[in-house]
Design a protein around this ligand. Structure first.
Ligand code: BDR
Ligand code: CA
Length: 315
């Protein structure tokens, strides 16, 4: 199995991603770090522990990380994820306790151990990149323990938090810019699983009902109820598995169409702050002279996905 570490802001769809990472036999979930984003970080920790307990994974360390973005005040999304950040399902509180380390320290230790064991981890950030930026700048030696980064965030096309920007990048644009820059410096491959594919893998009403019917307050029921919450909030026949798609991308890369493209994070624009500017000009690969004087970072940008394949993988 592929060793993975998730960084989350649980989060209805982060919960779906955690269930998959905790239970799929192709993955070995090593640790989870929490960051403020969809919900305040203490709610994120509580929600994450609930999900892992439901999945029977009390062996996975969960640590509390950054409360707020590097520069701006936090901006939560209760209108999207509910008052408790996880769909207000009334799901029982977990008796598990978080790891005493700060998330950045947990990530550092797990990456170092992975490097020593010769089994680098795939880092899967599904939230604002605050913890990851702090990790890569504070402990650059962790690079040898990271096989690659597959993150949910950004968009080559339109945004969701604003017309320009996707929520995770918009919430902490400096952290996103630092993460991409540091990863390029340290030679870590990055895949951006952004809004161009995010809404494609969906679960229909009937599929969710089947999951709920399994019952017993187990992982299937939780997954089904989270999907019901999403669908009812948006109205319509189905709900996206969201962040869980980025975990699917680690398991089944062949269902994802990506292209290596130059990318920058807009930090200055009033209407465009937090936008990921992906250079899709046909000739961009041939640019040798950059009028801005710096070479842009290149990442694998997800541009298409076989949504049905990922939905089946998740359900
Ligand atoms: C991202 O922001 C959050 O609402 C979701 O959990 C996902 O990570 C989508 O923009
Ligand atoms: Ca998220």
């Amino acid at each position: 199995p592929t060793p993975v570490v998730l960084d989350v802001d649980t989060g209805v769809d982060d919960a779906c991603a955690l269930l998959l990472a905790a239970l799929h036999p192709a993955l070995e979930l090593r640790a989870v770090s929490c960051v403020g984003g969809n919900a305040p970080v203490d709610d994120v920790v509580r929600n994450t522990l609930k999900v892992l307990e439901t999945a029977g994974r009390d062996d996975v360390p969960v640590a509390r990380g950054a409360e707020r973005p590097l520069l701006e005040p936090p901006l939560h999304a209760r209108h999207v994820h509910g008052e408790d950040g996880m769909g207000d399902l009334g799901w029982p509180t977990s008796s598990l306790v978080p790891d005493p380390r700060h998330a950045v320290e947990l990530l550092r230790d797990v990456c170092r151990e992975a490097a020593e064991a010769g089994r680098p981890v795939t880092l899967v950030p599904l939230a604002p990149l605050t913890n990851i930026a702090l990790l890569l700048r504070t402990h650059p030696d962790v690079a040898s323990g990271i096989a690659e980064i597959v993150f949910m965030g950004g968009a080559a096309n339109v945004g969701n938090a604003t017309a320009s920007a996707e929520f995770n990048v918009f919430h902490d644009p400096e952290a996103a810019a630092i993460t991409l820059d540091a990863a390029a410096d340290l030679g870590i491959r990055v895949t951006m699983y952004g809004l161009d594919v995010f809404y494609e893998p969906v679960i229909g009403r009937d599929e969710a009902a089947e999951l709920v019917a399994v019952g017993g307050r187990g992982p299937a029921e939780l997954g089904g109820r989270l999907m019901d919450f999403q669908r009812e909030r948006l109205g319509g026949q189905d709900a996206t598995i969201g962040d869980a798609g980025a975990v699917c991308a680690v398991i089944d890369r062949d269902a994802l169409r990506t292209q290596v493209l130059p990318i920058r994070v807009e930090l200055a624009g009033h209407w465009s702050r937090g936008r990921t500017i992906v250079d899709r000009r046909d000739w961009s690969g041939a640019i040798t002279h950059d009028p801005h004087g710096e070479a842009p970072v290149r990442v694998d940008v997800a541009l298409g996905v076989d949504g049905r394949r990922y939905s089946r993988l998740w359900a």
